[in-house]
Design a protein around this ligand. Structure first.
Ligand SMILES: *[C@@H]1O[C@H](CO)[C@@H](O)[C@H](O)[C@H]1NC(C)=O
Ligand SMILES: *[C@@H]1O[C@H](CO)[C@@H](O)[C@H](O)[C@H]1NC(C)=O
Ligand SMILES: *[C@@H]1O[C@H](CO)[C@@H](O)[C@H](O)[C@H]1NC(C)=O
Ligand SMILES: *[C@@H]1O[C@H](CO)[C@@H](O)[C@H](O)[C@H]1NC(C)=O
Ligand SMILES: *[C@@H]1O[C@H](CO)[C@@H](O)[C@H](O)[C@H]1NC(C)=O
Length: 329
């Protein structure tokens, strides 16, 4: 089989996940790596246009961005879900913690004094934030909260955060509207807060009901969003320069293949920015996807971090360039 045909048949076999991730790896990551390594001004081709990257003198290097990940789980899900987070994306966090209602020292999972169930989700989040603040607030600059069925591309999270200042009161995620004026971040897609945001919510918010209303709200993400707004913590915009989202509250296939999200889905009514499905709405520098079960977690990990296309380089417009036309197989 010629290389070209091999490539085509291979491309068809690959899932949508790979299309996104391959372009991510081969283009953006390599491009950005070059910029980081040289620490000089550099240019990257994008959509046939030259994009000038300014010298990054103020920003932190991507690898120096310290991220603590805390994952909400439960005793029943330790072996079903949490271990798969640890085996895949979780190991790339500077610090990884699982928030549960029972201790498990090998994971490690923290046994918070909360009952399990949807209704106590917000209480679990409050206790998690207190725990992280008390024990780890100086060990990271940014703190991301996710579920145990969220897949995070931690390197893209670092890339996104590298020129942001964690002493600003800000947090990022998939911004939704309603309930909170400035918008709030979807819980399932995960949200990442600066150290200043963490400090404010724990030291100020949880001690004063005028910031964080003491209500039995089942909607954990709305509750946190309200606190953040009351505390002057900005709900940041995490879309890329082409307005594509980086945090995804649904399965990869739902956000990448148009027509799969029901017309009546909350998705069409709750997004802060104009929602859509298809690659043009999904940033190639995406950070998270929700509803990723254990198997898909391992699949995504392979496509993002291990899949290689020897002899091929992606053209900025997404088409392939065969570097060595003569190399038959
Ligand atoms: C970037 O740094 C190089 C080398 O120090 C310098 O020549 C160039 O003018 C700088 N570019 C910008 C946009 O600051
Ligand atoms: C604790 O976590 C480990 C995985 O790290 C798991 O094998 C073990 O079953 C867990 N223990 C309990 C009591 O859930
Ligand atoms: C756990 O929470 C309950 C209810 O808030 C409280 O009464 C109890 O003292 C707490 N236990 C510990 C060990 O903190
Ligand atoms: C709670 O916050 C409000 C608004 O900032 C403030 O007026 C009030 O004094 C605070 N209460 C306590 C007990 O700190
Ligand atoms: C959803 O809306 C589109 C466009 O209005 C329409 O073509 C399609 O039939 C609708 N699908 C369902 C399941 O209602």
């Amino acid at each position: 089989m010629s290389n070209h045909r091999l490539f085509r048949s291979r491309m068809y076999r690959l899932t949508i996940v790979s299309t996104v991730t391959v372009s991510m790896i081969l283009f953006y990551v390599s491009c950005n790596t070059r910029i980081r390594v040289t620490q000089q001004s550099a240019t990257c081709q994008s959509n046939g246009k030259e994009q000038f990257q300014e010298n990054d003198t103020r920003g932190t290097r991507q690898e120096d961005v310290r991220v603590l990940c805390f994952v909400t789980t439960s005793p029943a899900n330790i072996n079903k879900k949490a271990v798969h987070v640890k085996e895949t994306w979780g190991k790339r966090c500077d610090k990884l913690l699982f928030m549960s209602s029972e201790n498990n020292y090998s994971l490690p999972a923290i046994g918070l004094n909360v009952s399990e169930g949807r209704d106590s989700l917000w209480l679990k989040t409050i206790e998690s934030l207190k725990y992280v603040h008390k024990n780890y607030r100086f060990d990271a600059d940014w703190f991301i909260k996710t579920d145990d069925d969220t897949y995070v591309i931690v390197d893209n999270l670092r890339y996104f955060l590298k020129d942001k200042d964690s002493s600003n009161p800000i947090y990022f995620g998939r911004k939704l509207k309603r309930y909170v004026q400035q918008g709030y971040m979807s819980g399932g897609a995960g949200y990442v807060m600066s150290r200043e945001a963490l400090t404010r919510i724990v030291e100020k918010g949880f001690h004063n009901k005028s910031y964080c209303p003491d209500v039995e709200l089942g909607l954990e993400d709305v509750y946190i969003g309200k606190c953040m707004e009351n505390l002057g913590v900005l709900a940041g915009d995490s879309r890329d320069e082409e307005s594509r989202e980086r945090f995804h509250p649904l399965l990869p296939e739902l956000v990448l293949v148009p027509g799969l999200i029901r017309n009546t889905s909350w998705f069409w009514f709750y997004n802060f920015y104009k929602p859509g499905a298809g690659p043009e709405y999904v940033s190639p520098m995406s950070i998270s996807f929700h509803y990723v079960g254990p198997n898909l977690m391992h699949v995504m990990d392979f496509f993002v971090y291990q899949l290689k296309l020897p002899g091929l380089e992606l053209h900025p417009d997404g088409k392939s360039i065969l570097l060595n036309q003569k190399a038959g197989v």
